[in-house]
Design a protein around this ligand. Structure first.
Ligand code: GDP
Length: 365
């Protein structure tokens, strides 16, 4: 799962990306990151892993991870090929969701590419480029399908959809607001993989002073919240500069620093969790002496497919899942006690795995 960090130049993207990846996952496990400096693998903070590792004296702890990509260089005219524009748009296309960084801090020393701080203008500049790029894709597809449509009924159906979709985008609407008429249309629509259909978190980058009340007194942030509300997107208030400083600290120093500020976790930890949720992702857990580990699945995944994340053999030979909820295990204090209390259940292949399920799969080899 991959999130692209976008935004105009000089709004704090790299600052945010660097602090995200500094605290990131063990790079040795993800060799491709060292090749591409704009890709960072970040572990999803999960207190449950630490607790289970201690409980079972696991030798290893392996968190869930998501990838962030720093997509710099998106400027006005990108969809027309300005400043390597098309390449950057292509990078966004490969992402599952977007973190759109918006400048909400005043600082005379940091030049704004358009001369003044104006978050809505900034957001619309970027979104317009994404929209242009989507229109081009729809247009190209329309030209292709239009030819087939003359003597092919399915193609005619798609051509109709493309006409409607093009008009919708042309009116300035984001594809995320488009409503396909039926399942066929839905299927086509998903295949186009449009940029403005991707889920978005707006990261309002504020000054340190604004962090205490989560940007409540910052007029820029209010504008961003209103805009996001209208477009069904989420807003996240962050101070990239402060996060960069925090990420330089050692673990125990960091904890002390956050406590001083009256915070339980860093803004980045919250952002990572929010991104995970935005993508509809949850974790189930496995734990033992060998390792304690979080496995990423999408919400709604059934037990055999969840098992398949560990190994395809687990899915093929699936018999049952022995499941205990993390909360139940904590309340009982041990696996033994949880079993005695009847809280460890055997689940079959229709079972929908929940976040925080601790699972032991039974399977035929
Ligand atoms: P990018 O072009 O969007 O990647 O922007 P950078 O991350 O390189 O940041 C541009 C400039 O803004 C740098 O000089 C940063 O130090 C500064 N900057 C980033 N975040 C903040 C912030 O939260 N507050 C202030 N005052 N400056 C920031």
């Amino acid at each position: 799962m991959k999130l692209g960090i976008v935004g105009l130049p000089n709004v704090g993207k790299s600052t945010l990306f660097n602090s995200l990846t500094k605290a990131g996952a063990e790079m040795a496990n993800y060799p491709f990151c060292t090749i591409d400096p704009n890709v960072g693998v970040v572990s999803v903070p999960d207190e449950r892993l630490r607790v289970l590792t201690e409980m079972n004296h696991s030798r290893k702890t392996i968190p869930a991870v998501i990838e962030f990509v720093d997509i710099a260089g998106l400027v006005k005219g990108a969809s027309k090929g300005e400043g390597l524009g098309n390449q950057f748009l292509g990078n966004i296309r490969e992402c599952d969701a977007i973190v759109h960084v918006v400048r909400c801090f005043d600082d005379g020393n940091v030049i704004h590419v358009d001369g003044s701080v104006d978050p809505i203008r900034d957001i619309e500049t970027i979104n317009l480029e994404l929209l242009f790029s989507d229109m081009e894709i729809v247009e190209r597809r329309r030209a292709k399908v239009g030819k087939q449509a003359r003597n092919d009924k399915t193609a005619r159906k798609e051509a109709e959809l493309l006409n409607r979709l093009y008009q919708f985008l042309e009116e300035g609407n984001m594809a995320s607001a488009f409503e396909p008429a039926d399942e066929d249309e839905e299927k086509y629509f998903r295949q186009y993989d449009l940029l403005t259909a991707k889920p978005v978190i707006y990261a309002a980058n504020v000054s340190e002073d604004d962090m205490a009340d989560d940007g409540a007194n910052n007029a820029y942030v209010k504008q961003v919240r209103d805009y996001a509300g209208e477009h069904g997107a989420q807003v996240f208030v962050v101070c990239a500069q402060m996060e960069a400083e925090i990420s330089e600290l050692e673990d125990d120093e960091r904890q002390a620093f956050l406590e001083d500020l009256g915070l339980k976790e860093s803004g980045l930890d919250k952002l990572i969790k929010a991104s995970y949720e935005l993508l509809g992702l949850i974790s189930y857990l496995t734990t033992g002496e060998d390792e304690t580990r979080a496995w990423t699945i999408t919400r709604g995944t059934k037990a055999p497919q969840a098992a398949g994340k560990i190994h395809t053999d687990f899915e093929r030979g699936f018999i049952a899942a022995e499941v205990v909820k993390y909360k139940d295990l904590m309340e009982q204090g041990s696996m033994h006690a949880a079993k005695e209390a009847g809280l460890v259940g055997l689940q079959g292949k229709e079972y929908v795995v929940q976040d925080g399920d601790i699972i032991n799969f039974r399977f035929n080899v």
